[in-house]
Design a protein around this ligand. Structure first.
Ligand code: AMP
Ligand code: MG
Length: 491
C-alpha cells in the first residue's frame, strides 16, 4: 500500500514552472531548445540554493542533461529572448540570447518567481557569428563570483549548477571543455530589452514589455497612470543601491553595457569582472576595455549614462513632448546625488561611523586618498580597521607603503567611529573575497579535471565575514609575481 504520509517523489526535481514570458510576451522571443550535450556531467550543484528554491538536490543530481542540455524538466518551455544594447557606447540593435536559453520560470515555496536560464547551451537565431557555447572556466567563474556576491549581500543572479557538455569548444588558447551554467535570476529583463522595441519604433510591444516588467518587479505600480515614470524611479533606486554596493567592495563589473543592466537591480553577466586589490580608481581588468570606460571609479558615471538610455527608451510611452523630456531630465540630473547618498550610506557602514554628520563624505574620501598610491589592499584596509578600533593599528599600517596620510586620518576616524566599532566593522567588511589569483588557480585546476580547489574556494568565499585560522591563503592579496590581472569576456 502507498504510504500517504511520505511526500511524493518529485518527477521533475521540484520545479514548479509557470512561464509567464512565454505566455504573455509572444513575439519577443524565439522558441528554441538547448543543444543536446553528447556526454552531460553535472560538476557543481548548489545544494543550498536548490533548497532555498524548494528543489530536490538529490533528484536534480540524477538529471545532468537538464543542466548540460538535451533533457528538460517537465514544465520547461525554452526560449531565447530578444534584446538590444549599447556596447562600449555604440548601439547594437540586435543582440539577444545568442548562447542562452530561458527554460522557464520557477515558483519558489516563498512565492518568488525565478528565471531558470542555461548559458552556453547552444546556438539560437541571436547567435550571429558565435558558436552558442561556453568554456568551463568562464562558467565556473560566474558561479563562484555570483555566489560570493550573494554571500556579501549584493543583489545578484545566482548559479544553481555547472555541467560539462562532453564537447570541446574552440577558444583563443585552443580546445577547452564545454560547459553550461544554470543561472537563476529575478528576471532577464534588461535596459537593452526595452531598447530593442524602442529602437524599432514598436511602441505597442514596448508598452507590453514595460507592463510585464512592472508586474514582475514593481507590482504595486500595476494600473497606475504614472507607472512608467514611477518604474523609472524604481529601477534607478535599485541600480543606485547596486553600484554603491559594488563600489564598497572594490568590484569592477567590467562590461556595463546596457544589455548587462538588469531592471531587477541584480548584478548580471559575470564576464570580465574582478575585485580590485590595491586601491586605484582607474582599475580596469577587461582586456577589451582599453579606454577604461568601465574602470572602477567610472562605474557611477556609467550608471547615469545607462539610466539615460533607459529614459530614452521609456520616453515614447510617456509621449515625446518637451514637458516629458524635462521630467526625465530632472530625474537624470538627480541620479548623481542619489548615488552619492547611497555611497555615503555604504561608507558610513564600512567605517562604522556613529550616526550621521556633515563631514562624513570627506572622512570617507580621506581614507581613500590615504590608500591611493600606497599599494593598500582595498578589502584588507577596511577589514583591518577593526583591529585599529581595538587599539592595534599595525596590521592596517603594514598595508600601506607610506602610511603618513593614514596616520593623519586615523585620529579623525577614531573620534567619529562608534564606540563598539569592531564587530560592526567585521560585519560590514568581508575578510575573504574571490581573490583573482585564487580564482585563476581554481579554474586552471578545473580545466585539468581537479575540482577540489574550486570547491574549496566556493566554501571560503561564501563565508566572507568570519575570521578563523587556516584561511590565510584566501585572505591575502595576490603575490607580486602574479602581475597585472587581465580578464576576458569568455565568449
Ligand atoms: P555578453 O558579452 O555575454 O554580454 O554577450 C553579448 C552578446 O553576445 C549577447 O547577445 C550574447 O548572446 C552574444 N554572445 C556571447 N558569446 C556568444 C557565443 N559564444 N555564441 C553566440 N553568441 C554569443
Ligand atoms: Mg550580456
Amino acid at each position: 500500500m502507498t504510504d500517504l504520509s511520505s511526500p511524493p517523489v518529485a518527477s521533475n526535481g521540484g520545479f514548479r514552472f509557470d512561464n509567464s514570458w512565454h505566455r504573455d510576451l509572444p513575439g519577443t522571443y524565439v522558441e528554441q531548445a538547448p543543444d543536446t550535450a553528447p556526454a552531460p556531467q553535472l560538476l557543481v550543484l548548489n545544494d543550498a540554493l536548490a533548497a532555498d528554491l524548494g528543489l530536490d538536490a538529490a533528484s536534480l543530481a540524477q538529471h545532468p542533461g537538464w543542466f548540460a542540455g538535451g533533457a528538460l524538466p517537465a514544465g520547461a518551455a525554452p526560449i531565447a529572448l530578444a534584446y538590444a544594447g549599447h556596447q562600449f557606447g555604440g548601439f547594437s540593435p540586435q543582440l539577444g540570447d545568442g548562447r542562452a536559453h530561458l527554460i522557464g520560470e520557477h515558483l519558489t515555496p516563498a512565492g518568488q518567481r525565478r528565471d531558470i536560464q542555461l548559458k552556453g547551451s547552444g546556438r539560437t537565431p541571436f547567435s550571429r557569428g558565435g558558436d552558442g557555447k561556453a568554456a568551463l572556466g568562464p562558467m565556473l567563474r560566474e558561479y563562484v563570483i555570483s555566489e560570493a556576491m550573494a554571500a556579501m549581500g549584493v543583489p545578484t543572479t545566482r548559479s544553481l549548477a555547472v555541467a560539462l557538455t562532453g564537447e570541446d569548444v574552440r577558444r583563443e588558447p585552443g580546445l577547452l571543455p564545454g560547459a553550461v551554467v544554470t543561472r537563476v535570476a529575478a528576471s532577464h529583463l534588461r535596459v537593452g530589452t526595452l531598447q530593442f522595441w524602442a529602437a524599432r519604433g514598436d511602441h505597442a510591444t514596448l508598452a507590453r514589455v514595460v507592463d510585464y516588467a512592472i508586474a514582475r518587479h514593481d507590482p504595486d505600480l500595476i494600473g497606475r497612470e504614472d507607472r512608467v515614470l514611477a518604474f523609472f524611479d524604481r529601477v534607478t533606486a535599485r541600480q543606485v543601491r547596486l553600484v554603491a554596493a559594488w563600489m564598497g567592495l572594490g568590484f569592477v563589473h567590467g562590461v556595463l553595457n546596457t544589455d548587462n543592466v538588469a531592471l531587477s537591480g541584480e548584478t548580471i553577466d559575470y564576464g570580465p569582472c574582478a575585485f580590485m586589490e590595491a586601491y586605484a580608481p582607474g582599475t580596469v581588468f577587461s582586456s577589451i576595455d582599453r579606454q577604461g570606460r568601465y574602470a572602477y571609479a567610472n562605474q557611477p558615471l556609467i550608471l547615469g549614462w545607462n539610466l539615460a538610455k533607459l529614459a530614452e527608451s521609456l520616453l515614447p510611452l510617456l509621449g515625446n513632448t518637451d514637458a516629458n523630456v524635462a521630467l526625465l531630465n530632472d530625474r537624470l540630473a538627480a541620479v548623481e546625488a542619489r548615488y552619492q547618498a547611497a555611497w555615503l550610506a555604504v561608507m558610513r557602514s564600512k567605517l562604522a561611523l556613529a550616526g550621521e554628520e556633515e563631514g562624513d563624505a570627506d572622512l570617507a574620501t580621506g581614507f581613500l586618498a590615504a590608500m591611493e598610491g600606497q599599494g593598500a589592499d582595498w578589502t584588507l584596509s577596511f577589514r583591518r580597521l577593526a583591529e585599529a578600533a581595538e587599539g592595534n593599528v599595525s596590521p592596517l599600517r603594514a598595508l600601506f607603503a607610506n602610511p603618513e596620510r593614514l596616520d593623519l586620518w586615523l585620529p579623525h576616524w577614531q573620534s567619529r567611529r562608534r564606540d563598539d566599532a569592531a564587530p560592526h566593522l567585521r560585519a560590514a567588511n568581508p575578510v575573504v573575497i574571490p581573490r583573482n589569483h585564487m580564482v585563476e588557480a581554481a579554474l586552471e585546476a578545473a580545466d585539468l579535471g581537479d575540482l577540489a580547489p574550486f570547491r574549496a574556494l566556493v566554501a571560503e568565499v561564501t563565508d566572507p565575514y568570519t575570521d578563523r585560522p587556516g584561511r590565510e591563503a584566501y585572505v591575502l592579496p595576490a603575490p607580486t609575481g602574479f602581475g597585472d590581472y587581465v580578464t576576458f569576456c569568455g565568449t
